[in-house]
Design a protein around this ligand. Structure first.
Ligand code: ZN
Ligand code: CU
Length: 492
């Protein structure tokens, strides 16, 4: 008789590689998958817990590659918005903003305020952040990128200019400290005012230490509007200069004049991928969300306010309607609402579908956990891909959907022995009902747990079951593993 902690029997295993689902029994011991056999093959095993998963799918726990959960994993370690989706690992520090290493001079500059107010920034070194994550024992694992804007904040008196050589050296030293402590790479948010005046050379110089560490570069590009191809070129150039893989964050064709261009945008990635490792992530919605950006208040799309410091009562209302009530222009209304958060109705569904279904695309929620009226992607992104896009509209197979949220993601970000249901791998696992899984979060009622997520294990510990937390939290900081590798087929 062999002994293990948990036996999951009868599930259709979707292993994260894209391979067709097969029925398997799976044994878990000490946080790892220790055996996997065809039905009945583990009959000589006994377990403290036997989980009957007949009729259900068993997949690797989902990896949310694009989050702003930096401070949330510490403040709200239950991580309800994510664990209820079957997410077992989050990658924080995207879009140029990270909670560490950060030393503030006053209030956090836009958009670092998405991570919390000044009191939330208490990690002057990356090592301090790693300790805080492990002390908080979040329900999910945490991998971290270092934000270019966060580093600029630490070393520059003002952010509307280029960094000097000395400032870049200071930023690099902090990035290197973080890489030594397991950071996954560098992120940028070049579209935001706090980084827009950083020239390409600044980012290239900062990216130089990444290669030696086996780390990567992710970017919220300088623009996602009409000049998107130029912005993609800029991203590729950073990758070539620093000899590192590039991930384009939340790839989209923003703005009506840009709709339909996902064909050429994806073509660009395909062409470039023949010579260097490039990929992207996206969230499965045709509206974006961030802080309120006056440049995007052009009158050609609807914009919903999600929060406003001077006018909290305007949350949920369209700027157009607010402007009408106030009898001012939309620009003027937006100015009066600042600082504020917004949902932009700025994508076409065809583009979303084309980008999401492309083999180079991972799923990342880009959820904003500090927003009082968050974009529903925070609670719904992963079940929405499985339910709405894979099952209901047959955009991609279930196996391919799972690959985009597990195996592909782990390999790209260097998360070792995660992202697949495989003997020896960490037992980050989710059981879901392929017939019932669906996102429940809506723009009007965004804070709703998904349906059809039956059970979630993190590092072998049952954390969520029958729509309730078990009370156990077994997540931990995850350091960069072996360098994210590009295989010959360009599978990066
Ligand atoms: Zn972003
Ligand atoms: Cu983001």
């Amino acid at each position: 008789m062999e002994k293990c902690d948990t036996l999951i029997v009868g599930a259709r295993v979707i292993d994260g590689t894209g391979a067709p689902a097969v029925e398997r029994d799976v044994a878990v011991r000490d946080g790892r998958i220790v055996a996997m056999e065809a039905p009945g093959g583990l009959s000589h095993w006994s377990a403290d817990d036997v989980f009957d998963a007949h009729g259900k799918a068993l997949a690797p726990g989902f990896i949310d590659v694009h989050t702003h959960d930096d401070t949330h994993v510490i403040r709200s370690p239950q991580m309800m918005p994510k664990i209820t989706q079957g997410v077992t690992t989050v990658i924080v520090g995207n879009c140029g903003i990270s909670a560490s290493p950060v030393t503030l001079k006053g209030d956090p500059p836009d958009p670092m305020n998405l991570l919390g107010d000044a009191a939330a920034f208490r990690y002057p070194t990356f090592a301090a952040y790693v300790d805080a994550v492990n002390d908080a024992r979040p329900a999910v694992n945490v991998g971290a990128l270092i934000g270019h804007t966060a580093l600029r904040n630490n070393h520059m008196d003002r952010l509307d200019r280029a960094a000097t050589a000395d400032e870049i050296a200071g930023m690099r030293a902090q990035l290197e400290e973080a890489l030594d402590n397991g950071a996954l790479g560098l992120s940028s948010g070049l579209a935001y005012g706090s980084a827009f005046n950083a020239p390409p050379e600044e980012v290239q110089a900062l990216a130089e230490p990444l290669a030696k560490a086996g780390a990567l570069y992710t970017t919220h590009m300088r623009t996602e509007f009409d000049a998107i191809l130029d912005a993609m070129d800029e991203a590729y150039r950073v990758g070539r200069h620093a000899r590192v893989p590039v991930v384009i964050s939340h790839l989209k064709c923003a703005g009506p004049s840009n709709w339909g261009r996902s064909v050429e945008v994806l073509k660009s990635i395909e062409t470039v991928r023949e010579g260097q490792p490039v990929g992207c992530d996206c969230y499965p919605y045709n509206r974006s969300s961030s802080t309120l950006d006056l440049k995007q208040v052009t009158g050609d799309i609807d914009i919903t306010i999600t929060w406003s410091t001077p006018h909290p009562e305007m949350a949920g209302k369209l700027i157009r309607d607010i402007a009408a009530v106030w009898n001012v222009s939309q620009q003027e209304a937006a100015k009066r609402l600042q600082p504020a958060g917004a949902v932009y109705h700025n994508m076409s569904e065809d583009d979303v579908r084309r980008i999401l279904s492309h083999p180079a695309t991972m799923v990342g929620s880009d959820g904003l956990p500090n927003d009082p009226l968050p974009h529903p992607r925070l609670w719904g992104a992963f079940p929405r891909v499985l339910g709405h896009y894979a099952r209901d509209t047959a955009l991609i197979s279930l196996e391919e959907a799972v690959r985009k949220m597990t195996g592909l993601s782990a390999r790209r970000f260097g998360l070792e022995q995660r992202g697949e249901v495989k003997v020896g791998y960490h037992a980050d696992l989710v059981v879901f009902d392929p017939e019932r899984v669906r996102d429940a979060a809506t723009f009007a009622r965004p804070e709703q747990a998904a349906d059809g997520i039956d059970a979630v294990w993190v590092n072998g510990v049952l954390t969520y079951r029958e729509a309730a937390l078990t009370g156990e939290r077994a997540g931990r900081f995850v350091a960069r593993g072996a360098a994210s590798k590009l295989d010959a087929a360009g599978a990066f």
